[in-house]
Design a protein around this ligand. Sequence first.
Ligand code: SIN
Length: 282
Amino acid sequence: MQTDTISIEKQAGCGALVSGIDLARIDDRTADRLKQALFDHGVLFFRDQTLTRQDHLDLARRFAPIDVNRFFPADPEWPEIAKVEKTREQTSNIGGGWHTDHSYDAEPALGSILVARELPPSGGDTLFADMYAAWESLPAELQDRVRHMQAIHSTAHVFGEAGAYAGSDQSALSGSRALPESIHPVVIKHPGSGKPVLYVNPAFTTGFVGLSQEEGQELLYQLLPHAIDKSRTSTFVWEPGSVAIWDNRATWHFAKNDYHGHYRLMHRVTMAGDPLEPAFPQ
Ligand code: SIN
C-alpha cells in the first residue's frame, strides 16, 4: 500500500477519516504515518475494510504488543480478540458510558482497534471525545487547580462482584478477583505527541489524591461538560467494513445503547501502552 494514496481528513469534533487504504496490507511507512495520525487526531475512522481476525491482530501489532482485556469475553478461538457483544435479548451493552479503556492499569493501554462484525439495522453508534481539546478548553482557574493533581482509577465499582455489570444482563463481565487500581496525573504528557491531555474519565476515575470523595465527585462533574461539549465530540455511524482505531490517552468513547431487540458484535483488540508522565511536573 503506497503511503501517498492515503487521505486523512479531520472530522468535526474529534478524529479523522482515513481513506485510500487497505488495512490488511500496509507497509512500515504507512504504519508509521497511521501511528502519527492517531497521536495527532485521537481516533481514526476507516470504511470498506475486509480484515480477517488474523489481519486484525497483525494490524494491532503494528502499533504495540497486544494487551488482552481481563474482563471481556474472548472470541473462543482467538483469545487476544475481545468480543463486545449485545444479544437480541440483552438490554445492557458494554461501554455504554463515557470512558477510556484500561485507565485503571499502571501502564494504561495505548488504544484499541474495533472492527464491526454484526450490526443492528440502525443505532449502535460510538461517540468519541477529544481530551487534548478538553484540556485546552478548561478555564484558566480550573487548569491551575488540576495541573499538578493526581487521580485514582479503579475497577471494583464496574467489574467487581457488586459492580455495575454484576446487576445487569452483562454480568459475565463481573466477578473477577483481580480488580486493579492505579494513580495517574490528571494532566498527562501524551507519550506520542508530547501534548498535554486531560486524563480522567467518568467510568474509572473514582477520586483525586488529597480530596475527599465528595470533593472529588464535584471536581469530576466540573470537568465533564468541558470534555463532552458537542464541539469536541464526534459520532461514528458503523457500517459493514467499518473500523475505528482510538488512542486511549487522547480520547474518551461511549457506545450508544439504542438498538434493543437486535444483535451487535464488535471485535476489539487492545494495544499495550507506556508509563504515563505528568504534563506539568512539580
Ligand atoms: C468499547 O467501549 O470498547 C466498545 C465500543 C463500542 O462497542 O462501540
